[in-house]
Design a protein around this ligand. Sequence first.
Ligand code: F6P
Length: 366
Amino acid sequence: MQVAAPLRRSPNKSTGQEAIEMDRQLQLNGFLERYSEGGPLELRVAATIDAIATASVSLSHLISQGALAGIIGSEIDRNADGDIQKDLDVRAHRIIRECLKRVPIATLASEEEVRLELRDPDASVCVAIDPLDGSSNITANMSMGTIFSIVRAPTDAKTAFERNGSYQLAAGFVIYGPQTSLVLTTGDGVDVYTLDHADELYRRTRTKVTIPTATSEYAINASNYRHWEIPVRTYIDRCMAGVAGAGDKDFNMRWIGSLVAEAYRILTRGGIFLYPADAREGYGEGRLRLVYEAHPMAFIMEQAGGAATTGYQRIVDVAPRELHQRVPLIMGSLDEVREVERLHAEAGMRDGASAPLFAKRGLFRV
Ligand code: F6P
């Protein structure tokens, strides 16, 4: 396994052995080397993260070039889930797929492929990936990202993504923004690495990220207000009314329309993000995909002291019925996520239905 990338010394940096070693400790490669000492499974996980990180360096470069690299945001097709596929989505998928060929994985699930790709049946890990989330943002020069989840391979690798999110060994996302940063958890907190373009290396810039429990910032696509279920409307009504209503604080709102950017902001200063189910056709389970968007985000949020729920059920506990299944996703600061869950439970009681029943059928399932 080639976990370590060569450390290039720049002339203005110390050349002392200690300084080199300290620098190496801060690099993603340094972390992956230490982590892979945990055993054969950790070694495989580390190699897979390394492959995704390598792909993300190429992607970062491509995205920053934009039209100069022939990326004009043109629509090519529709993906597995019927979403518009942009030129960049397809290139991102190819780049990541190529990099992942260097490591043994049992199956690969990608947003851009209808079916699971079966690879090495003896490999111990499987990967689910959204190669480029929010790709439509390219034309607006806004942030987008790569989201990934690495799970333990079951005996029958075809069933890897028929299970709930608790089989995740690692999850993360790369945000291609003003900086390219990689947010990573291997189940022991969340660290953030920032791409040093000069050396083409990720260096750790934040350790053991903690999401503040309380927040006064929410993110939701408010244009869908009329389609939401009652608990979501009630929650947003309260946020908007602030102290003039029943609340004890006023709220601020942000909506970037890029999941990785919203998640990164929450990891930086707290907040709550909601993409709930709604009554529009095809949105009965929200918009975001469970296996390669919600599961990894939920793992990251919980590892940073936050939470992620459908409103009725913890996201990590949801097992998909099918690979590209969507799921309502509400995540972020603990106090607010719990409040949204409370409103859902209350609505469930009022309507004479138990929350688990709601969790299964949804109010507006279409
Ligand atoms: O899944 C794609 C995505 O662009 C997410 O990154 C983002 O959270 C969401 O869709 C935005 O959806 P909408 O355009 O409905 O607000």
